[in-house]
Design a protein around this ligand. Sequence first.
Ligand code: ADP
Ligand code: MG
Ligand code: MG
Length: 250
Amino acid sequence: MSLQITNLHATLEDGTEILKGVNLTIPKGEVHAIMGPNGSGKSTLSKVISGHESYVVTGGSVTQDGEEILGKSIDERSRGGIFLAFQYPSEVPGVSNANFIRAALQARLPKGQEIDAVAYYKNLYSKMDHLEMDRKFTARAVNEGFSGGEKKRNEILQMMMLEPEYCILDETDSGLDIDALKIVAKGVNAMRSPERGMLLITHYQRLLDYIKPDYVHVMAEGRIVRSGGPELALELEKDGYEFLKEPALA
Ligand code: ADP
Ligand code: MG
Ligand code: MG
C-alpha cells in the first residue's frame, strides 16, 4: 500500500514545464520529507498530487494503493483519502469550523448514514485538547481572521479529524514561529501510523527538528535529485544546496 509517483511531468497552463519526471514512493507507515531550493517545484508537486487544476499533467502517473488518481477531481481525491495542508489556508466565510469538518466527514460516509453529533463533538474536543486549541475555535468561521499559527493549528485539527490515508504538508516559505512548528509536529507525530503515509515538504530543516522522517529527498529543477535517511537533512542544513552546482551532478 503506497502513494506512488512515477515519472511525473507537469506544466503550467502556458506550457512551462515545472515537474520534469518525478519518481517517489511513499508506503503506508512511512514519513518522507522533501526539501530543496525555492522554486524547485515542491509546492507544484503537492498540488498536482492533490488535483489542483492550474497545472497540466503531461506524463507519468500517481497511484494510490495501485489505483491511478490523476484523472480524479480534487474533491474525489480528498474523499478518497488524500489530504493537502497549508498551501491554501483558505477562508470559508460564514461556515464554522465545527460544521466545516462535520460536513467533510459526512461527505465520506455512505449515503443515508448520519454522523452521531455527540460522538462527533467528543472526538473534536479531544483532538482540540491535544492541540491545545481553545473551544471558541469551533464556532469561528474557518480561518477567518486567524493568525498564521492559528490557521496551521486548524489545518492539523482538520487532518486529525479526517484521518486521511496520505497526508501532504507543504510548509510555505513564509516563516512560521516555533510554536506553530511545534503544533504541526505534535499533530504529525500523533498521526504517524502503519495505516498512513506522510509527505512533509519544507524549504528549511527546522520542521525536521521536531519530526524525524524515515526518508529525506531533495528536489531541484523539477526532479528528485537525492534521497537518503534523516541525516541528509542535517547535512543539507550544514552545507546547503551547493552540491547541486557540482559538475558531477550537472
Ligand atoms: P517550490 O515550492 O519548490 O518553491 P513551486 O512549485 O512553488 O516551487 O514553483 C516552481 C516554479 O514554478 C517556480 O519557478 C514558480 O515560479 C513556478 N510556478 C509555480 N506555480 C506557478 C503558477 N501558478 N504560475 C506561474 N508560475 C508558477
Ligand atoms: Mg516556493
Ligand atoms: Mg513551495
